[in-house]
Design a protein around this ligand. Structure first.
Ligand code: ADP
Length: 472
């Protein structure tokens, strides 16, 4: 496989002396030694993004949009190669990598369309002989810091919106998965994206690189997806220079199943919401809250569905769940498992993890005293607690500092509306286990983040309003 492994700065591939290894999560083997960007190279990338901004912002929106759609089309044309690369560095099942490439390309094409529609406003004047307008301008060069769980999609959700708005980008991919981002840089180069508009500075030290990007006055906005802990650091550091921030942070999603739910639909939704990327998504169902009258039936149906899931090497035929990303991830799931068992949880499927390959685990009799009630599990572990009724289910669902997404399954139309409005979350899936899509606003409340990505709101976050009052 031909893999891009150098930094991409100002339209050039930079081979640094310092390198860091990228591992296949399945067997720990080294896939590539990637450029480790030092401060000087990061500064070069920031300067390139600043220079390129002047030209890029002046290009007509439709032209920027056309280039974005060309990037999307090229990604789709090279779907097999990109998906295989994603499975190698992230470990996820190949069919999920294919879905991710398509999902990632959809942000580029959708935002490409939106580049033609970044409208301002005409405002009624106060006096005769006056014209008042508000226009939307790009905020400037942006730093984009992404996690390892969706190496393509978390990048393009930011990159598409930024480039459509007329901003330029310095991207810092997660140290576990820089190869997908570099592959997109290579595609951008081939598609004729001007030098400096999209720069990639891989690094083995997220804190140092993030700090350097945040310290630069040339960077006007930071868009970050990752842990709440790092999100807090970024927001604090961004305050120094009053930079804009968009933060997509951790979740602790409740998955509520009410007594009148279609249980087969709820199980199908649960499988997607829990097991996509082996449970390693910020929108993963973390706490199953099931009304007690149907808890036994739901659990039995879920166990039957879970029993069909195949765990293994992501590139092997028929595999549903690839390995966890690294040993730290295994240690976290194991800690949460041990704590729950010690505090009285009942094990209905699976076992204590012994390696990165973790077959699905199902635990019932969950209580709020357990750590997994409060922490993101980030693994294939289903935790089920019963609720007395709808009101109890809502109280339990909102018993968390996070508020990214909540799921609820019920057939009753009034209940759908009532519960969806009562749930404290930036997004709600009603009889839906997968809600993310380019044209809808993705983002959280409470400790799950600031700002929205995707949708027209996602572009607005890369623009600033300028009000112009003219005496005519
Ligand atoms: P995860 O748990 O998903 O790995 P992290 O928040 O640790 O989430 O990492 C997400 C991204 O943030 C990665 O690209 C990582 O390198 C980067 N990162 C880690 N620490 C910092 C920091 N202090 N400032 C900026 N970025 C950071």
């Amino acid at each position: 496989m031909d893999i891009a492994r150098d930094a991409f700065v100002d339209g050039k591939w930079i081979a640094t002396t310092e390198r860091f290894p990228v591992h296949d999560p399945f067997d720990g083997s080294t896939i590539a030694e990637v450029a480790d960007s030092d401060d000087a190279l990061i500064d070069r990338a920031i300067e390139a993004a600043s220079r390129a901004f002047e030209g890029w912002r002046k290009r007509p929106g439709p032209e920027r949009g056309k280039l974005l759609r060309k990037l999307a089309d090229t990604m789709l044309a090279e779907e097999d190669r990109l998906a295989a690369l994603c499975t190698r560095e992230n470990g996820k099942a190949l069919k999920e990598s294919v879905a991710e490439v398509r999902y990632a390309a959809s942000f580029l094409s959708w935002f490409g369309g939106e580049a033609e529609r970044i409208y301002g406003e005409t405002i009624p004047a106060t006096h005769t002989g006056q014209r008042l307008v508000a226009i939307r301008e790009p905020v400037g060069p942006c730093a984009v810091i992404t996690p390892w769980n969706f190496p393509y999609a978390m990048l393009t959700r930011k990159l598409g919106a930024a480039l459509a708005a007329g901003c330029t980008v310095v991207a810092k991919p997660a140290e576990e998965t820089p190869l997908g981002t570099l592959a997109l840089a290579e595609i951008a180069e081939r598609c004729g994206l001007p030098a400096g508009v999209f720069n990639v500075v891989p690094s083995s030290d997220g804190a140092r690189t993030g700090g350097r990007l945040l310290a630069s006055p040339s960077i006007k906005k930071i868009s970050f997806t990752g842990s709440t802990e790092v999100g807090r650091i970024i927001m604090k550091n961004a305050a120094e220079d009053l930079k804009r921030v968009s933060l997509e942070l951790g979740g602790n999603a409740p998955f509520v199943v009410l007594s009148d739910a279609d249980l087969d639909a709820a199980v199908a939704g649960a499988i997607v919401a829990k097991f996509r990327n082996t449970g390693q998504t910020c929108v993963a169902a973390n706490r199953f809250i099931v009304e007690q009258t149907i808890a036994e039936t739901f659990t039995q149906k879920l166990l039957a569905a879970v029993g069909k899931l195949v765990t293994g090497r992501g590139s092997d035929d028929g595999v549903d769940l690839g390995p966890l990303i690294n040993d730290d991830a295994v240690a976290k799931v194991t800690r949460l498992f041990d704590d729950a068992i010690e505090k009285g949880a009942k094990l209905l499927a699976g076992a204590r993890p012994t390696s990165r390959l973790v077959p699905p685990i199902v635990l019932t009799d969950i209580t709020p005293a357990m750590q997994l009630w409060h922490e993101e599990i980030f693994g294939p572990l289903v935790a089920i607690r019963t609720a007395l009724n709808e009101t109890d289910a809502i109280i339990q669902a909102n018993d968390t500092e996070f508020g990214l997404i909540a799921y609820v399954f019920t057939r009753d139309g009034a209940r759908q509306a009532r519960v969806a409005e009562a749930l404290e979350a930036g997004m709600v899936g009603v009889n839906e286990g997968l809600v993310s899509t380019a044209q809808a606003p993705f983002g959280g409340i409470k400790h799950s983040g600031v700002g929205r990505e995707g949708s027209r709101h996602g572009i607005e976050d890369y623009t600033q309003l300028k009000y112009i009052a003219t005496r005519i």
